[in-house]
Design a protein around this ligand. Structure first.
Ligand SMILES: *[C@@H]1O[C@H](CO)[C@@H](O)[C@H](O)[C@H]1NC(C)=O
Length: 381
């Protein structure tokens, strides 16, 4: 009996020691990056990025290309044609036996005023060939939009190196500039969309664009977090193992550890400076990022308006002002969509709380796609 107790006791101690060692290792940037970016997870395996057909695209519909950033990093990328222009190209050139449609088809598609472009910043882990990302691409093509997706540094076929916050912001800007500068498409025809980690990248990049007076057509955040620090407090590895929650009883230690974070993606503190219309999509059953993060972002955007419109800062007055500003609609069994106008030349904010969709499929549920369409192709049925 005592020996069982003793071995149980030492087991607990070993788990404790391992946890403390793990926490200590988190202070080091390479360990943080490995956890946050998960770029070593190169699924699906064995993808030939020069043949997008192999992951389900129609022959010749996708142009693979490389981008080089200002700091000399190579990024692998795909441009997916709008569906109607692909069909036109098939009529004109036939289905290509090898490689993409002629270059002029892709360039004309970007330049076409009737065909907006969505630049996509994907989430952590895996590559642009992942099933949920390919499904987003198809939906965007089906709404007759161009879709540009690339892999960040350290991911997929892009330069092998350690990702970082500044690095990913640089990569996202390069992808945006490919459309905006290299191809001369006005910002008003480019929407920036990100999912999960990519929402931090998208918001950070669009906030920097705003500082330069460049305002994309829309910013679309799918399953966002308000900041990496606030996410890590409740983050569960593999949706199961809480990595920092045990520290919540030691707020000083938790704070100290979070201060050592090199990757911050503090969307909450930059989102207010963005002037583009903003759409946020989040599911109640998201196991990775709680819905509360979307509410934090929406409330943060709403805050200044509430205090402007409320007669006083009493709860009743704030509630009244909120009722006047925010239009809330129930969307059948899908969820609830809320919207408000920010005024001052800033766009509308729309945020949708879906009942289902989890973390990776919320961006491709049929009604999500409708909401995305209303941002990418505003004013069209
Ligand atoms: C991108 O660059 C890589 C490495 O140089 C090369 O193997 C690949 O063929 C390039 N892709 C395209 C589409 O040019």
């Amino acid at each position: 009996m005592t020996s069982i107790l003793r071995s149980a006791h030492s087991w607990v101690i070993w788990v404790g020691v391992a946890y403390i060692a793990f926490l200590a290792s988190l202070a080091f940037e390479p360990v943080q990056s490995a956890f946050i970016y998960l770029h070593h997870v190169r699924i699906p395996l064995g993808v030939d990025f020069s043949r997008p057909e192999s992951v389900g695209f129609a022959p010749g519909k996708v142009r693979p290309f490389n981008l080089t950033t200002g700091d000399g990093v190579r990024l692998g990328a795909w441009h997916v044609l709008p569906r109607d222009l692909y069909e036109e190209a098939v009529e004109k050139y036939g289905v290509p036996e090898e490689g993409p449609m002629p270059n002029e088809v892709f360039d004309a598609a970007l330049k076409s005023p009737k065909h907006p472009t969505v630049v996509y910043n994907h989430g952590n882990a895996a590559t642009r060939a992942a099933g949920n990302r390919v499904r987003v691409a198809r939906h965007m093509s089906d709404m007759n939009a161009n879709f540009v997706i690339y892999d960040y540094r350290g991911f997929a076929d892009s330069s092998r190196m350690a990702p970082s916050e500044e690095g990913l912001l640089t990569d996202a800007r390069r992808a945006f500039d490919y459309v905006y500068k290299d191809k001369g498409v006005p910002a008003s025809r480019i929407a920036v969309m990100g999912q999960s980690l990519g929402t931090g990248v998208s918001a950070g990049m669009v906030a920097r664009l705003a500082e330069e007076g460049i305002h994309p057509r829309a910013l679309i955040l799918v399953a966002p977090f308000s900041s990496v620090a606030s996410l890590l407090e409740t983050y569960k590895l593999g949706n199961y193992i809480p990595i920092l929650s045990p520290l919540q009883r030691f707020p000083r230690l938790l704070e100290g550890l979070l201060r050592l974070l090199r990757t911050r993606f503090d969307t909450r503190s930059v989102i207010d400076s963005i002037r583009s219309p903003i759409l946020i999509l989040h599911a109640h059953n998201d196991p990775v990022i709680p819905l509360s993060h979307t509410r934090t972002l929406a409330e943060h955007l709403l805050g200044p308006l509430l205090s402007q419109h409320a007669e006083s800062d009493q709860d009743e007055a704030l509630k009244l002002a909120r009722g006047k500003l925010v239009k809330e609609t129930k969307a059948g069994g899908w969820g609830v969509v809320s919207r408000f106008e920010r005024g001052e030349g800033k766009g509308e904010v729309v945020w949708a709380e879906a009942l289902k969709g989890a973390h990776n499929e919320i961006g491709t549920s049929e009604y999500s796609v409708e909401l995305i369409k209303s941002m990418v192709r505003p004013g069209e049925p």
